[in-house]
Design a protein around this ligand. Structure first.
Ligand code: G4P
Length: 529
């Protein structure tokens, strides 16, 4: 197979949802179709225990397992499918945001009873900003839930999507009879012993066929005809280009737990979902079909064994073929590196590979050379955009609790920040260090890991910060910017890259500051140019 064929058969995507909507269950069923796992329950262990607040061991265990489940790959109908894991727990949202820079499309899972939930809104917003093609899967149809049309309305309104139903449920909960697959014009019946079975569905091009009444009952058949008529009237027809341009989002209904409606989703997905897409760099758009290899690090995972401090850097291949034992340029360091044992990921295992193609993820053993966002090329000086840091939500001063271990603390903090566990800010005024995280859980994770992996101890001190705002003055020499710096001196800090950050104590402060200094732009994301 040549490079072009390898690219065309790849689908790299992420599944996003609010916790408990059924992401893990769906992932597992998808893997079953690929023959990648033998039984259900294999992916389950990847989940952060529900309601976990301070169970470090659990977190550690999860981290270890998720090295192998970070990327789940399998072959289905000749397509190579790479699912990138996106942690559902809100405290790990930053991880998910970064993973979204490496996917070419996403599947959004929504619980039919709960509808659109907070975490789904946030994640979909990030996907919308990046124009990532999305397919929606409405799950748990075997339970009582919201009316299908109401739910479609809710998805449009709360998520700002333009939906196109490609399947439609027949009844729900106790009365759930199955789905009509609009995409393939097939009827899939859900009944007693067939629940766990994967059937191909019955072709039904003419819905007026009286056979339909016999199969699902007159009343249900009538309702289905009316509802499908309404679907035709209300929603636009499916258009692949519009989906790829993120203008419309196809919707499927089903029940992941019962493996119902999942095959329909997957069959449509492999047909319509994009193969590896071009990616913008600081110098030019890099096309996946280019011969020369390029890729970027979107995730770094610490080794589970604290005695071996090596890490695994996850590289998404953007173009060309990545080859084992070949010299590549680490653009930021201007250094040539080669990798003797790059890992490729399959359902539950990882193994050393000689070659990987665009869309694939390789895991590179790293002793501290990589940071999230780093680019590798065959020599060209370019850096991929789009692994931004978002403003953290929680902030605390970090203090050294063991004066003998200052070095260890500095090193530990440095490496944990490279991994993207949290963000570190250094105050301009006094050099004090402030850690910012997305969730409160991270503070405990950091303290625990500093102690167990680096032998350093830290304590925290509260600090009243609402948001970190990255500062962009229109003119660095302007009087306005000088005044801003003088007045806000106490609240100014540098992030790890040395960018200027204003730590604002309230939303009101952000608004007032922006009004008072209109030429000094404040951003909630670290990458804004
Ligand atoms: P998540 O990864 O999005 O957090 O969700 P997960 O797949 O773990 O599913 C959350 C719960 O919802 C699980 O139940 C799972 O079995 C259930 N579930 C998933 N899909 C369906 C479905 O189609 N129908 C129904 N009725 N339930 C579904 P749990 O009791 O929390 O976990 P478990 O004890 O089953 O493992």
């Amino acid at each position: 197979m040549d490079l072009l064929q390898e690219i065309q058969r790849r689908r790299t995507f992420g599944i996003i949802s609010h916790p408990d909507a059924g992401k893990t269950t769906l992932t597992e069923k998808l893997l079953l179709f690929g023959g990648a796992i033998q039984e259900a329950g294999a992916v389950k262990s990847n989940k952060i225990k529900k309601g976990a607040t301070s169970d470090f061991m659990e977190i550690e265990r999860q981290r270890g397992i998720s090295v192998s489940t970070s990327v789940l790959a399998f072959i289905y109908k000749g397509k190579k499918i790479n699912i990138l894991d996106t942690p559902g727990h809100k405290d790990f949202a930053e991880d998910t945001f970064r993973t979204l820079t490496a996917v070419d499309s996403v599947i959004v899972v929504i619980d039919v009873a709960k509808g659109v939930e907070a975490q789904t809104e946030k994640l979909v917003e990030v996907c919308r900003m990046r124009n990532i093609p999305m397919i929606v899967f409405i799950n748990k149809l075997d339970r009582e839930g919201k009316d299908a049309f109401d739910l479609l309305d809710e998805v449009e309104q709360k998520l700002g999507l333009k939906v196109v139903p490609l399947s439609f449920p027949i009844g729900m909960g106790y009365d759930f009879k199955g789905i009509y697959n609009i995409w393939e014009k097939k009827l899939n019946l859900f009944s007693g012993d067939a629940k766990q079975k994967v059937t191909d569905g019955i072709e039904f091009t003419d819905l007026d066929d009286p056979e339909l009444d016999k199969m699902i009952g007159e009343k249900a058949a009538e309702t289905l005809r009316e509802e499908l008529e309404l679907v035709r009237e209300v929603y636009p027809g499916f258009d692949k280009e519009a989906y790829l341009n993120s203008e419309i989002q196809p919707v499927f209904f089903g029940s992941a737990l019962n493996n119902f409606g999942v095959k329909e989703l997957l069959d449509c997905f492999i047909e319509i979902a994009p193969s590896p897409q071009p990616k913008m760099s600081n110098t030019r758009l890099v096309d996946s079909k280019e011969d020369k290899f390029t890729g970027f690090v979107f995730k770094i995972h610490a080794n589970m064994d604290p005695k071996h401090r090596d890490r695994l850097a996850f590289v998404k291949i953007v173009s060309g073929i990545f080859k084992r034992n070949t010299n590549y340029l680490h653009v930021k360091h201007g250094k040539k590196m080669k990798f003797s044992s790059p890992n490729a990921f399959f359902a539950e295992k990882k193994e050393i590979v000689d070659e990987s193609f665009p869309g694939d993820i390789v895991g590179l053993h790293d002793t501290g050379n990589f940071k999230i966002g780093d680019t590798l090329t065959e020599g060209e000086i370019l850096e991929f955009k789009g692994v931004p840091s978002f403003s953290p939500e929680h902030f605390r001063y970090v203090n050294n609790a063991d004066p003998m271990k200052a070095k260890q603390l500095a090193k530990g903090l440095d490496q944990l920040m490279d991994e993207g566990v949290a963000q570190l800010f250094t105050l301009d005024l006094n050099g004090r260090k402030v850690i910012g995280t997305v969730g409160a859980l991270q503070f405990e994770v950091i303290q625990y890991r500093l102690e167990h992996e680096y032998g350093a101890k830290c304590s925290y001190e509260n600090l009243n910060v609402h948001k970190a705002c990255w500062v962009e003055p229109e003119d660095k020499q302007s009087e306005e910017f000088k005044e801003f710096k003088r007045v806000k001196q106490r609240y100014l800090a540098k992030d790890k890259k040395g960018q200027l950050v204003f730590l604002a104590d309230s939303a009101f402060t952000v608004q007032m500051t922006q009004q008072k200094y209109p030429t000094v732009k404040l951003h909630f994301v670290s990458e804004f140019k």
